[in-house]
Design a protein around this ligand. Structure first.
Ligand code: ADP
Ligand code: ZN
Length: 611
């Protein structure tokens, strides 16, 4: 158990714990003030993006204050890993949930009664049972941490009715400070948390939503598989998530990637629970697994070293995109959010919305959200700027870490092309979809053209200057800009809208984004902590050492050390315990457990180089 007595004489106990237990040198952002708020017995509401470092905000004050810190989390599957990680740091942590046997539960309760625990993770339904409450009332409690606090929101998609009962903490434990944490952005959810958890007196800490280490890139879909392969070609040894809309596509993509030599595992709600569990735990335990998943995969995955999130289908809102891409790079190391999207995606989502049985008001909201997402796809200026602006977060213009900042897209004078397309839509009676319209414009000679006698139209063959992909790009951009509408009931026929009038009349010119269809290669700058060739042998040895230790202990590799810690070892080559302690992520407990093994690896490579 962490020795609390050691701290009493120290004027800044928080710093000392940070160094000794976690091996970190400085607090991030608002961590220190949040931690001190709790140490002083006040409540806090914390909004911090994924990877911001929320856990430390309740773990550390639990160590500094007398009694056990009780962490309420809906994610039972994660408790084991969280507890493992704390045990590695020498913190006495445990969890209580329905996955345990009665005997295991009794054992934990005994430890609790004996005041032997620093941290206790517990599911909300368990906490509110009378038995648990009585137990907690009989021991000193350092604080209550309510993780994923947005689960109280009845409007959100993560709503848990058990969370509503958590307001009883306020009545039953009036003297115990509470901290509620979430990564969910909007103002309404925040108000709901305050109101439902009775946190009116809580200090609110709202961090920005920027994830500076994530690089955003969105490309027009030409050949999704080829594009994906090019993207993955330099990422063979990295863990990542690939999102697809449908279960079938998930399975096909995973099978296809496996055939290409990747370790790719499918995950969706239609797979048997054990298989899902198995794939998830392989993803956590090994470091080069790709999970191909529907959005059923995500909540409750806090693997810190996910290096990329790829979307093969368009998310239906910026909120969803932000949440899904946010699973990349929680460790703060460079990570990639990559997406391809095309006209089909737009049509499919619009169709889904049209068919939904929701109220008109709800549909309108959904429609606006999709439009905002499409805006993010089509924008030619900084993507991060738009993303943060969407969440009312200020940002510096041009982030330098998105595709548009790095290679500013060119635009082209597309007025004439648009006029040709629009009149072709008109002349064919607004009854046909993209494929046929392009055939007419490019003067194809197929059956359908003949059947409708479209070769006799004035627009037949007037668009040969552009190829198929270029026309699709024009159509997509006109749909997104609202000059064309997809008739969602009529099998995707394209129709004119009021907005196209000025363009058709020549009163308005049109600049469209130029898409480079020739390059599917991934020549864009690599956003990655690169291991220099002369360091590769040591890097591999460090990773192998970590993997062996993690297998031995049956924990994920990042629970032993994060990538960042290994990168620092590579850079500074610590060869003594004192030197190793200066590396970020090496605290006293891990120094004792793993110090000598890693020093040995580093020393043996120094010899190899000197010889
Ligand atoms: P969140 O819950 O907000 O998504 P975590 O609490 O999992 O984020 O923290 C993300 C990562 O950042 C973790 O690996 C954590 O160890 C690391 N971290 C947190 N605070 C610090 C700090 N002050 N210095 C260095 N690393 C930190
Ligand atoms: Zn940018």
């Amino acid at each position: 158990m962490y020795n609390k007595l050691m701290l009493t004489a120290d004027p800044t106990p928080a710093h000392r714990i940070l160094e000794q237990v976690y091996g970190y040198k400085t607090f991030r952002d608002q961590q220190e003030i949040i931690i001190n708020t709790l140490i002083n017995g006040q409540d806090a509401l914390v909004l911090m993006p994924t990877g911001g470092g929320k856990s430390l905000c309740y773990q550390l004050p639990s160590l500094a204050r007398d009694g056990v810190g009780v962490v309420i989390s809906p994610l039972i599957a994660l408790m084991q890993d969280q507890v493992d990680a704390m045990l590695q740091l020498g913190v006495k942590a445990a969890y209580l949930n329905s996955s345990q046997s009665a005997e295991q539960q009794r054992d934990i309760e005994q430890q609790l009664k004996a005041n032997q625990l620093d941290l206790l993770y517990i599911a909300p339904e368990r906490l509110v049972q009378d038995r648990t409450l009585q137990l907690l009332l009989s021991v000193p409690v350092a604080l209550f941490a309510i993780d994923e606090a947005h689960c109280v929101s009845q409007w959100g998609h993560d709503f848990r009715s058990d969370y509503l009962s958590l307001s009883l903490l306020y009545d039953r434990f009036p003297c115990v400070p509470r901290i509620a944490l979430t990564a969910t952005a909007d103002q309404r959810t925040r108000q709901e948390i305050v109101q439902r958890l009775q946190l009116d007196n809580a200090r609110q800490f709202v961090s920005g939503f920027d994830r500076p280490n994530i690089r955003y890139a969105i490309t027009a879909k030409t050949n999704a598989r080829k594009q994906l392969l090019a993207f993955l070609s330099s990422r063979r040894d990295e863990a990542g998530i690939i999102y697809c809309l449908s279960r079938t596509k998930v399975e096909e993509t995973a099978a296809w990637l496996s055939a290409q030599g990747f370790v790719a595992l499918p995950y969706h709600a239609g797979l048997p629970a054990e298989l899902r569990q198995h794939h998830q735990s392989r993803f956590l335990r090994d470091d080069n697994i790709i999970i191909v998943a529907t959005i059923a995969f995500g909540m409750g995955i806090d693997k810190p070293d996910v290096r990329f999130v790829a979307h093969l289908d368009l998310p239906k809102s910026i909120e969803a995109y932000y949440q899904e891409t946010g699973r990349a790079g929680r460790d703060g190391e460079p990570a990639e959010a990559w997406m391809v999207y095309g006209l089909q995606d737009v049509m499919r989502l619009q169709q889904m919305q049209a068919k939904s049985t929701a109220t008109d008001q709800f549909k309108r909201v959904e429609r606006h959200k999709l439009d905002a997402m499409l805006g993010l796809c089509e924008i030619t200026s900084c993507r991060r700027e738009l993303l943060l602006h969407y969440f009312d977060d200020k940002s510096e213009v041009r982030c330098g870490n998105c595709d548009n900042c790095q290679i500013p897209p060119e635009t082209w004078e597309a007025t004439e092309a648009a006029q040709k397309l629009l009149s072709c839509v008109y002349r064919t009676g607004q009854r046909f979809g993209a494929v046929h319209l392009i055939d007419v414009l490019r003067g194809s000679e197929n059956e359908k053209i003949k059947q409708f006698n479209h070769q006799s139209l004035s627009t037949y063959g007037i668009g040969k200057a552009l190829n198929d992909a270029q026309w699709r790009s024009v159509i997509r951009q006109l749909v997104v800009r609202g000059l064309l509408r997809v008739d969602v009931e009529g099998y995707g026929a394209l129709q004119l809208t009021e907005l196209c009038r000025p363009v058709l009349k020549g009163e308005q010119s049109l600049q469209l984004r130029k898409e480079d269809f020739s390059t599917v290669s991934n020549k864009k700058s690599r956003n990655k902590t690169v291991v220099k060739p002369e360091n590769e042998a040591l890097w591999d040895a460090l990773k192998a050492c970590r993997k062996a230790l993690s297998d031995e202990r049956d924990v994920p590799p990042y629970v032993i050390f994060h990538d960042k810690t290994l990168h620092e070892m590579l850079e500074y080559r610590p060869m003594s315990r004192m030197e190793l302690l200066t590396i970020s992520g090496v605290g006293e407990s891990k120094l004792d457990k793993y110090g000598s093994v890693f020093i040995e690896v580093i020393c043996s490579h120094a010899e190899a180089i000197n010889e």
